[in-house]
Design a protein around this ligand. Sequence first.
Ligand code: GAL
Length: 421
Amino acid sequence: MKLRNFYLASAMAASALGLAVPAHAADVKQVQVLHWWTSGGEAAALATLKSYLAKEGYAWKDVPIAGGGGAAAMTTLKAMVAAGNPPTASQILGYYALDYAKAGKLNDLNVLATKEHWDKVIPKALQKFTTTNGKWDAIPINIHSVNWLWINKAVMDKIGGTEPKNFDEFIALLDKAKKAGVIPLALGGQPWQEGTMFDSVVMSTGGPAFYKKAFVDLDPTALKSATMKKAFDNLAKLRAYVDPNYAGRDWNLATAMVIKGDALVQVMGDWAKGEFTVAHKVAGKDFLCYRFPGTEGTVIYNTDMFAMFQVPADLRGAQLALADAVMSPAVQSAFNVIKGSVPARMDVPDTAFDMCGKKGIADVKKADAAGTFVGSMTQNYAQPPAIATAYTDVVTKFFHGEIKTSDAAVAELSKAIDAAK
Ligand code: GAL
């Protein structure tokens, strides 16, 4: 039997038995990847991985699910897995990966991990999410961090602004922009964006020990403390600086406001830098990157991983090729130079990165050594999804005025977290 006929015949037989197998030979040299990288910067970064794999002879079947922060993508993934039709791999964050691992849905990658010594090059903090019972089942392509300010330099020069070193100086800077008739703060009023900003506000207000107590340990005293109330007070202050059309805006449209000079600053994870990069804007010349005021020395991380799902045996080769590509120093450099994040591998040189990327790489190493490398609550790296969602719900209700006072917000936050536990 000719090879193609053989595959057709086996596919027909298998489908009669209700088994999922590739329909023809080409499919076994293909990876199907689910992700939410649909903005300009995100897509350009992903193209580096696609072309690396293409050179290795693997085709890429794209499953893009738009929606920053990935909530919509996670819903699609859940449905695909429930239908017994998981992708080869899916972009995934933190505790989501642990859930699929616990449910026995992920493949063991130790054959590569051991050979390539992944445990030596990936920060230990991340290995909690990439391994289960000593088995690698998810692979990190980057380390993003959320505690950044992205500033239009021409606007900054026009208003005579300087780097704000603490929250009060940040407010003073936003006031300057307001007086100059520029939108001070570009924000997309979606729960995950407001939550991402609040992660930084909490770190700035309480410092890393408080952040860990409240968000990693869920210490009830910290959650109900005067410091948490102060963090909500600080968040409320930021409301005065957004434009009237902020509700529902996508994060990359908020970034575009800063790129164009319509707004001074966006508080956002460093995926925002990817948008500046694809708009050919240069760090230090066209835009500035500062740590969120009062959070220098800390990194609130979220790492994009690919969870590797259980696939039919003949797709295993393609899956391992994908894992090998993601973990290659070449891809980790090329992808992250565009994405705005930094390599998850600590041994990738910073040579190809701009000043923000170089700072990002140095910051991760310093924070990891100092114990100030902490997971983002919003992005599912401090707590599982149910708790993270309870948190962003309260934050967004507070920001949009549905929860009226900081006292009420603190009470609601504790209540919502308890209910989600
Ligand atoms: C994050 C993700 C980033 C970025 C962002 C906006 O959750 O980790 O890679 O894509 O969402 O979509």
